[in-house]
Design a protein around this ligand. Structure first.
Ligand code: AMP
Length: 193
């Protein structure tokens, strides 16, 4: 029997203070390495879009590449990467967005999406929504028809959906509040002398 949503959540590791103090990092590598968990994750992301006529899945660097490519394969459509600056070799479009301190930038090839193509954006985590909103701007700027955004994890308390007005947003696993650090915290505590 495939794992249910609670079993998927149980396969995600939580690492406190990574990559910097105060951040609780949702580490999906523990889910990806699990054969049944990986398959269930891809199915849960793709299921709602089997009859949606998606032409391309857009994945955001870098974990969005892993799940986006798998979802594209499951839906039988193409895959388009959105990358960090300076990585894509041909003509690009760029979008910047504000972080707590400073800005971040994403790029997409200008010819990656043909105007009118139906697009599904996929990423691992919807947090404050800045990354996803920049991806939406890139897709719509080249004339893509945005059908929906699909995430494995939504950190509901960060209200990322507010930055995606009018978009259809689907999240497989929703967290109403920050989880209590589990296995990751224990590993860190055990490592102390
Ligand atoms: P945001 O722009 O705030 O919605 O952040 C979304 C991006 O940052 C996603 O591409 C995630 O990979 C990453 N991210 C943000 N917060 C976390 C977190 N707590 N754990 C893991 N990844 C995160």
């Amino acid at each position: 029997m495939p794992p249910d949503m609670e079993q998927l959540k149980a396969r995600i590791r939580h690492i406190p203070d990574f990559p910097k103090p105060g951040i609780l990092f949702y580490d999906i590598t523990t889910l990806l390495r699990d054969r049944e968990g990986f398959a269930a994750m891809v199915e849960a992301l793709a299921a709602s879009y089997r009859d949606a006529g998606i032409d391309v899945v857009v994945g955001i660097e870098s974990r969005g590449f892993i799940m986006g490519a798998a979802v594209a394969q499951a839906l039988g459509c193409g895959f388009v990467p959105i990358r960090k600056p300076g990585k894509l070799p041909s003509s690009t479009l760029r979008e910047s967005y504000a972080l707590e301190y400073g800005t971040d930038t994403l790029e997409m090839h200008t010819d990656a999406i043909t105007p009118g193509q139906r697009v599904l954006i996929v990423d691992d985590v919807l947090a404050t929504g800045g990354t996803a909103a920049a991806a939406v701007r890139l897709v719509t700027a080249v004339g893509g028809d945005l059908v929906a955004l699909a995430f494995l994890i939504e950190l509901v308390f960060l209200q990322g959906r507010q930055r995606l007005p009018g978009a259809q947003v689907h999240a497989v696993l929703r967290y109403a509040s920050a989880v209590t650090p589990g296995i990751g915290a224990r590993i860190k505590a055990d490592a102390r002398p």
